[in-house]
Design a protein around this ligand. Structure first.
Ligand SMILES: NC(=O)c1ccc[n+]([C@@H]2O[C@H](COP(=O)([O-])OP(=O)(O)OC[C@H]3O[C@@H](n4cnc5c(N)ncnc54)[C@H](OP(=O)(O)O)[C@@H]3O)[C@@H](O)[C@H]2O)c1
Length: 310
């Protein structure tokens, strides 16, 4: 089968289309004929080698963990699923395992694709909704409280805005101005990130913000601590500096917090009811995986990036 993989760490060009043996499902897993792959920043962070010390990959590695497609093999004990079912999910609960960007992929965790969305949109869901749900669960906000989300327009942010709003939380989200309509449509009050953030947010929330979620990881933590008045009311998913500032850094791997994989079923239900949407802002062919990584690396994303697989 064809797969987008890399045999050494480096720039996006190390990604190549290779012809490799097809995988087969183990116990509890399914194999899918992949129709689309969700691209996440962790994919290029792993490919570049910047995470090699904390998440060493076994090379060559097929990029990507999020995928959607049609079930064509079922592993022992994988119940409630049939050949021909349309599903989406993750190849592995550990980001470093990759395996999605190929003609066939084995999924560890999966759920039925809502018929109301396409494969590209479904492939964009897993990491974004798991992360957003884990972060919101960790923050224990009550209905009516105000949450500031820094970096609200991308994959995790677009999911977090909607899931927080569904919990009755008032959301202020930061994005570049080009993405303000997008944020507004998802249920957030948009504002620009960067210089002057304190004044802008204070004007929007004169009674203060109860908590802040740093999704961008772009150095905004001191502002978020100032706005909430307490580092323990700030949570980051992307800035290692958090650990030096008394801010909780939430990660899917490691002992810190259990992953929120139940979010896949929950969000699929919301999608079926027309209550959740995670738009795909850019789509690339599997053969253009390097360009998809470049786009993700640009850091200015609306919704998700997907690879389509013929
Ligand atoms: N810890 C975990 O479990 C976990 C899980 C998933 C992701 N992550 C990490 O979380 C980060 C975000 O992931 P993602 O999938 O949401 O990324 P994404 O889809 O690439 O979105 C990034 C967003 O950041 C915004 N942004 C860029 N510069 C900014 C700045 N200076 N201040 C505020 N926002 C800014 C962009 O908005 P504009 O386009 O409007 O500029 C863009 O929408 C990545 O670093 C990723 O590796 C961590």
């Amino acid at each position: 089968m064809k797969a987008a993989q890399f045999g050494e760490y480096g720039t996006p060009e190390v990604l190549e289309i290779a012809d490799i043996a097809e995988p087969h499902p183990g116990p509890g897993q399914v194999r899918i004929k992949v129709r689309a792959v969700g691209v996440n920043p962790v994919d290029w962070k792993i490919r570049s080698g910047m995470l090699a010390e904390i998440l060493p990959a076994t090379l060559p590695l097929i990029t990507g963990t999020d995928a959607a497609g049609v079930v064509d093999e079922i592993g022992l004990g994988a119940n409630g699923v049939a050949i021909g079912d349309e599903v989406f999910g993750v190849t592995s609960t550990e980001a470093i395992h990759g395996g999605a960007a190929a003609e066939y992929a084995v999924l560890d965790i999966f759920t039925a694709k809502p018929p109301t969305i396409g494969f590209a949109e479904a492939a964009g869901l897993p990491t974004a909704v798991e992360t957003a749900t884990r972060a919101l669960d960790d923050m224990h906000l009550a209905e009516g409280q105000t949450l500031l989300i820094d970096g609200a327009a991308g994959g995790v942010g677009s999911a977090a805005v909607q899931l927080a709003a569904r919990r009755g939380i008032r959301v202020i989200g930061t994005a570049s101005e080009a993405n303000h309509d997008h944020l507004h449509a998802l249920g957030a009050i948009p504002t620009r990130y960067g210089a002057g953030l304190l004044d802008r947010v204070t004007a929007l929330a004169p009674d203060g913000v109860h908590a802040a979620l740093d999704i961008a990881g772009q150095g905004g933590l001191l502002d978020l601590i100032a706005l909430t008045g307490d580092p323990q009311r700030v949570l980051s998913i992307a800035d290692p500096e958090a650990l030096n500032l008394g801010v909780h850094l939430s990660a899917r791997v490691g002992p810190a917090a259990p992953a929120a994989w139940h979010a896949l079923d929950q969000t699929a239900d919301l999608v079926r009811q027309g209550l959740f949407v995670l738009p795909v802002g850019a789509t690339f062919d599997l053969h253009d995986a390097a360009r998809a990584h470049q786009h993700s690396q640009s850091g200015h994303i609306r919704g998700k990036i997907a690879l389509t697989v013929a």
